[in-house]
Structure formats: C-alpha cells, structure tokens
Design a protein. Structure first.
Ligand code: URP
Ligand code: ZN
Ligand code: ZN
Length: 459
C-alpha cells in the first residue's frame, strides 16, 4: 500500500525542512508540499513530529554462543525491539569461534536470520583465526555481499587473533576494499590481570573493570591503528569507552590513518558504579570494554558532538539474570553484555538532543547516516531522498516515558537502563515503505527483513 506522511519536520544529517513524503514500491518517490495521494494510500499525519531516516545499529549480537551460554534474543525478538526503538537496519557480528570454520559459521549465522527478522540486516564477518582456508573463504563471503570484517584483539583463545592473523586479515581487507572493525583490548594483559585478581580473592563484578583497565584498551586501539597504518587498510574501533583509547585513535587519525570510532550507548549512559552494585545487580552491568569511571562519559559525549566519534551503536548482547549468575564465583565467568537495541535512539535523543548539547543533525548522522556511509549502505539507507529505501521514523518528541523491563521487548529479564526517563519515541516506523510500528506498537510483518548485500568501498 502506498504511504503518505504529511507535514512532518524532516531531519537528515544535513538538512531540516517541513514537507510531505510519499513512498511506493519500497522507495521514497516524492518529497514536497501538499502532495496528493491516490485512493487506498495510507495517510499519516506527522504534524508536530520529526521524520528521521531509519536508524542503523552497526554493532549487535543476536545469535551468539559465548562464555558457555547463548545470548537470549532471536532475530524475531531483537528486530521487533529494534523497530519499536526506531532501528530499521542492524549489522550483526557473525562470530564463529576460533575452533570453528569461518564459512560454516557464516552460513549458520545467515540461516538464523533468514526469514526471521522484521527489519533489514547484514553482518560484519569475524576473522577469528587464519589458516590455509581462511583467505579463500573470506573472498567468497565478500562476493556474497559482506563488505566488513571483524577482529577481536581480546578474548584470548576464543575469538581473539594473534598479531600475525590481524596482519593477514588487514592485508586482505586492503586488497578487497573491505573495512575491518576491531574490539581493541590486549588479550594477554586481560588474561593475566584476571588471574591475578582472582588469586587475591577479588571475585565480584566490581573487579571486572580493574581486569581490563583503560590502558589495556588504549594499547589495543593503538596497536590496531599501527597495523592499519602499515597495511593501508581502513578500520573501525568498536565500543570505544575511554579517553586514553580515544587519544590513541585520534593520534592515528591525525597521522592520516583511516580509522573510525564507534561508542556504544551503555558507555555514554552508564559508568562503573553500576557494575559495583552488590550481587547480580552489578553482574547485569558487566560488558567489555567495561563501564568506566564516570569522567569518561563527558569525554565521549564531547567527542561525539565534535565528530571525533563517528557512530553510536549498542553492542546489544542480552543475557538474563540466571545467565549472569554463572559468574557468582568469579567475575571472569559473567557473560559479557548489556541489552540496548530498543533504547539506543531514545536515550541518544533524550540525553543528547533534548537535554544535552548534541546537534540534531549529528544525532541523525551518528545513529544512522555515518554507519550507512562507512559500511556500504548509503544512500539506499541512512538518509531521506527520492529513490532511497522508505525506512522512516516518525518521532514524537512529546511522548515521555520511563525505560523498564516491564515494558521492553528484548528477550531479557532486566533492563540495564531501568528507570531512565526518555523525552520522545518513535510513533511510526517503516521498513521499505511498510508500516511495522504504529502508535508505538509493533503491528507489522515479522519476516519482512532482508539481508542487505554490500559492495566494498574502501579501495
Ligand atoms: O561485553 C560485550 N561487549 N559482549 C559482546 C561481545 C563483544 O565484545 O562485543
Ligand atoms: Zn567487543
Ligand atoms: Zn560486540
């Protein structure tokens, strides 16, 4: 059914104007004043509301065997939660472990998503070891429409790569024009510090941050940057959490290294005092890199406004309370991750645009457009223009509410942002012109989502 959104305030990364917007056959076909609509058109009044391009979350985990358990969401639960929160496309980390075959892993991750997502999606392909098959398999995966790799400098012996494997991956990425995303922490130091703390009887979640201090993340970031510099590859630091790591990334950027930076909403909104809460309350806030000293939050918000941080993602990774309790005896056994896919946009809008000093165009850029540009989805995704996919978020800046596990849609029995107020929320969300969320409720097709094929752009 054609769709006409009337009289909304359209806001993109670089423009802001009031107009009507008409979409047909999945794409935006007209933008203008007083547009007519044929009979049978779904007409939506967006007066008093913003119309944003569908938001893109460039870092989520949905199917994830990790730390002796599995993340809780399916594509159905994650995509419905994403859409209610205004995210119309996500990029999932395809993460076969070091013991698994990359191509078999890729097929497995694809099969979990195929026909099961309500929104569009693609993958970053993790390279977790380098063996004689790896290069050929990665070439095949890129031919299948994947234009980004992922490496972990952390998680020794599970996801983590050695420096030689990072070098091989980046050489291939450079040749293929693929951008490589990286979790930057020094795996050896984390392993050593974990053992030291446990041997001293320091077993609770409050010690998680001490086992992965800021300097360990800064070292990983700097080393990744040095490898980018010496291979000429393009890179993207995921979930950067602290000033020393930011300084390392910016120093490389100033030398001309093609390095980009992501922060995630937990690091912008939370700090290590959450992980210091007693018992399971602390465990619920264990992720890696850890929640940091509160002083880092202002550094990250300022860097976001200044464009030193490119994107804001979630690192969505839901575990429930029972899973978190696997780490009762030792913080090293707490499954790492915090669910956030539903709340990212509302939190960024509220504490950035509404109550903070984040420019509304930077908000759209960081939560949508920049990811589309970096990861080969632009202009099909990430903006509002004639000819682009009609992924749209009609955002009501007057819908105040409070984040709670009682009302969220992710498959987890807690919400890490419990009790936080939000100043606005999506009232209507479309994916390729199909209304998936109306009046803030999911009313759509849970199988509508498609895998997005991407071409490498980083030659
Ligand atoms: O704690 C986190 N971040 N869990 C998910 C895995 C990762 O490192 O991204
Ligand atoms: Zn990570
Ligand atoms: Zn992650």
């Amino acid at each position: 059914m054609p769709l006409l959104i009337r009289n909304g305030e359209i806001v993109t990364a670089d423009s802001r104007f009031r107009a009507d917007l008409y979409a047909e056959d999945e794409t935006i076909t007209h933008i203008g004043s007083n547009l007519d609509a044929p009979p049978g058109t779904d007409i939506v009044d967006a007066s008093g509301k913003f119309v944003f391009p569908g938001f893109i979350d460039p870092h989520v985990h949905i199917y994830l065997p990790f730390m002796s358990t599995f993340a809780k969401d399916t594509h159905e639960t994650a995509s419905v939660a994403a859409l209610i929160g205004g995210t119309t496309t996500y990029i999932e980390m395809c993460c076969p472990s070091r013991a698994e075959d990359a191509l078999a892993g890729y097929e497995l991750w694809k099969s979990k998503a195929n026909g099961s997502s309500a929104c569009d999606y693609t993958f970053h392909m993790s390279v977790t070891r380098w063996d004689p098959q790896t290069e050929g398999q990665l070439r095949e995966i890129v031919r299948d429409g994947i234009a980004s790799f992922k490496i972990f400098l952390a998680y020794k012996n599970f996801f983590g790569v050695e420096d030689g494997e990072m070098y091989q991956t980046l050489r291939l990425a450079k040749e293929l024009g693929v951008i490589t995303t990286a979790h930057c922490e020094n795996a050896e130091l984390v392993a050593r510090l974990q053992q030291l703390l446990l041997s001293q009887g320091k077993t609770g979640p409050a010690w998680h941050e001490s086992s992965r201090p800021e300097s360990v993340e800064a070292e990983g970031t700097g080393r990744f940057a040095t490898f980018l510099e010496n291979t000429g590859a393009a890179g993207y630091v995921v979930h950067l959490s602290c000033k020393p790591a930011l300084d390392a990334a910016l120093a490389a950027k100033s030398r001309g290294v093609r390095i980009h930076v992501e922060s995630v909403i937990p690091h912008l909104m939370l700090d290590k005092s959450y992980a210091e809460r007693p018992g399971v309350e602390g465990m619920k806030h264990v992720m890696s890199p850890p929640l940091r000293h509160a002083s880092n939050r202002k550094v990250l918000w300022d860097a976001l406004q200044s464009d030193f941080i490119d994107t804001v993602a979630t690192d969505h990774c839901p575990f429930d309370t029972a899973q978190k309790l696997l780490g009762s005896e030792a913080f090293t056994q707490i499954p790492n991750g915090i669910p956030a896919i539903e709340d990212r946009v509302n939190l960024l809008y509220t504490y950035g645009v509404s109550r903070g000093s984040l420019d509304i165009h930077r908000f759209v850029d960081a939560a949508s457009t920049r990811a589309a540009k970096l990861f080969g989805l632009f202009p099909r995704k990430g903006t509002i223009a004639v000819g682009t996919d009609a992924d749209l978020v009609v955002y009501d800046p007057n819908q105040r509410s409070t984040i709670s596990v009682r009302t969220h849609h992710v498959n987890s029995d807690y919400n890490g942002f419990e009790g936080m107020e939000i100043d606005g929320r999506p009232s209507l969300v479309t994916v390729r012109g199909k209304v998936q969320v109306r009046d803030c409720q999911f009313i759509g097709d849970k199988t509508l989502g498609r895998m997005l094929r991407r071409e490498p752009t980083w030659h």
